[in-house]
Design a protein around this ligand. Structure first.
Ligand code: ADP
Length: 496
């Protein structure tokens, strides 16, 4: 119905924006990427200029189209995926943001969140939103803007201001101010959205003192969000929206309950599809919404590892043991094993399932004979152990034993890491070197446009080049290594 051909995926990330064009076979035919400035007004604060983000989107989209020799009329649909939780507030009439967007990483509302925990709000908030009170999520950022930007609260109460996560801001810009919508996956990260009733929560809006009129309407991830009115990109329908991690889950084809993916980036993001039922976590994981091609979202368990590929950056930039991230694979393979060395990279504390913010990293088991290669190997192994811990917590919470883990992100290119992950999990690991986040957004838009159905997507994914790693480690050895890891973690936990 929208004229079939190509899908444009806009992937608006934390440090850069990427636009990619996919053809009907799901093949990426062109792409463009632009970085934009990170603004640090004070230690711990992070902002983005909405105008810079918008510029990066327009420019990368134009470059991607022109590189493929395409015009907007060749594009059947646009899919948007975005950095989650980052908060923008703008004037409904002029489109002018009232201040810079507050980025998910920004800690300016951390004290207020601590107070929420102390005042006993954690359980109420978790039961409604699936989240634990934290400065990451949008709610306290919106409150901060209304409380601190001159005149913002009055203007919001008069109905003059709009709030949006980045997807919502981009959609509004793309449609010339006609569409003020978001999708379930982005709404679920605001800490204002009830993931059980699928509605904005009146009690939470009162708690954070946020006028309902500011909020976008919440729609399914695969939906006709409106038509573009932008110069150079006119008359195309935006048919898909999802937060980056949920787009990657969809782009990996994790459609069924029990399907799980991990993105091995700077940190690691694990998401498990739990189907139609929300799973309450006993292990400090988050419960959130996932993207589907249908009218209803699925439920998802989410856990993250703070230091993933960052431990490899530390080997390279911090202590200079390797010259490039790729070299870590060669070095690790040169060592037959880590020789009993364990690195617990708790640089900023231990996350799920330990939750010890005072812990700091350790290296244990060093002897006079320990080599550089063994340290590098132990660093890569630590990523796999951390992921193992989160997977086990998810399995326990969901009562599901996983058979396979889908992997993406920069460090998923490391064959040693992928094999070790498979051995330690005793599960197959399927690593996709490609960009599953943008692909997920394209799939969501393409299914809504009628270009693909779920079967087509499975076929597209099935024909992609992937690395498949099957477990081959002897069970006794695996248990011995896991015991060693548990002992190292025990020594890392902070004891005053
Ligand atoms: P992000 O999106 O968080 O910036 P990426 O998905 O681009 O992350 O992945 C970058 C991370 O992956 C870096 O921390 C880097 O150290 C790590 N990395 C990249 N290539 C490799 C590799 N071959 N082996 C191990 N780690 C790698």
């Amino acid at each position: 119905m929208f004229g079939m051909k190509y899908i444009l995926a806009i992937d608006q990330g934390t440090t850069s924006t990427r636009s990619r064009v996919y053809d009907e076979k799901g093949k990426c035919v062109s792409g463009a990427q632009l970085e934009f400035p990170q603004i640090y007004p004070q230690p711990g604060w992070v902002e983005h200029s909405p105008a810079e983000i918008w510029r990066s989107v327009k420019n990368t989209a134009a470059q991607a189209l022109s590189a493929a020799g395409l015009a907007p009329r060749d594009i059947a649909a646009i899919g948007i995926t975005n950095q989650r939780e980052t908060t923008a507030v703008w004037d409904k009439r002029t489109g002018e943001p009232v201040c810079n967007a507050i980025v998910w990483q920004c800690r300016r509302t951390a004290d207020y969140c601590k107070k929420l925990v102390k005042d006993g709000f954690s359980e109420r908030i978790y039961n409604k939103t699936g989240l634990v009170p934290d400065a990451y999520f949008s709610a306290t950022k919106i409150k901060w803007i209304l409380d601190n930007v001159d005149g913002a609260r009055e203007r919001a109460e008069r109905g003059e201001l709009l709030f949006g996560t980045i997807d919502s801001y981009l959609l509004w810009k793309l449609t010339g101010g006609r569409s003020h919508f978001t999708d379930y996956t982005n709404a679920a990260r605001t800490m204002l959205f009830n993931i059980h009733t699928l509605e904005w929560d009146g009690e939470l809006l009162r708690l954070f003192d946020i006028p309902r009129a500011m909020l976008p309407e919440v729609k399914p991830s695969s939906y006709d969000f409106g038509e573009t009115e932008t110069d150079g990109l006119r008359g195309v329908h935006v048919l898909g929206i999802a937060g980056d991690q949920q787009a990657s889950l969809f782009g990996q084809g994790c459609f069924e309950a029990g399907d799980i993916k991990n993105t091995y980036g700077t940190g690691c993001f694990l998401l498990m599809n739990t189907g139609e039922e929300p799973v309450k976590s006993q292990n400090g994981l988050l419960t959130t919404l996932g993207a589907t091609a249908g009218g209803k979202p699925c439920y998802v368990l989410e856990g993250s590892v703070f230091v993933g590929g960052a431990v490899v950056q530390w080997l390279r930039d911090g202590i200079g043991l390797i010259k490039s991230a790729e070299e870590s694979e060669r070095a690790a393979k040169e060592a037959a094993d880590s020789g009993g060395v364990y690195i617990v990279p708790a640089f900023t504390g231990l996350g799920a399932p330990y939750w010890d913010s005072n812990a700091r990293g350790t290296i244990t088991g060093i002897t006079r004979g320990t080599t550089r290669e063994q340290i590098v190997r132990a660093a890569l192994e630590s990523i796999a152990y951390e992921v193992y811990d989160v997977v086990k917590a998810m399995e326990k919470d969901a009562g599901i034993k996983i058979a396979r883990l889908s992997a993406d992100g920069g460090a998923s290119a490391n064959g040693f890491l992928m094999q070790f992950q498979s051995d330690i999990l005793r599960a197959e690991v399927v690593s996709r070197a490609g960009e599953s986040t943008a692909l997920g957004a394209a799939f969501l838009a393409g299914t809504c446009a009628g270009v693909w159905n779920e079967e087509d997507i499975r076929r597209i994914l099935g024909s992609e080049k992937v690395g498949v790693f099957a477990p081959s480690m002897e069970e006794g050895r695996r248990l011995e290594l896991l015991q060693g890891w548990a002992a190292a973690v025990k020594r890392t936990v902070y004891k005053p």
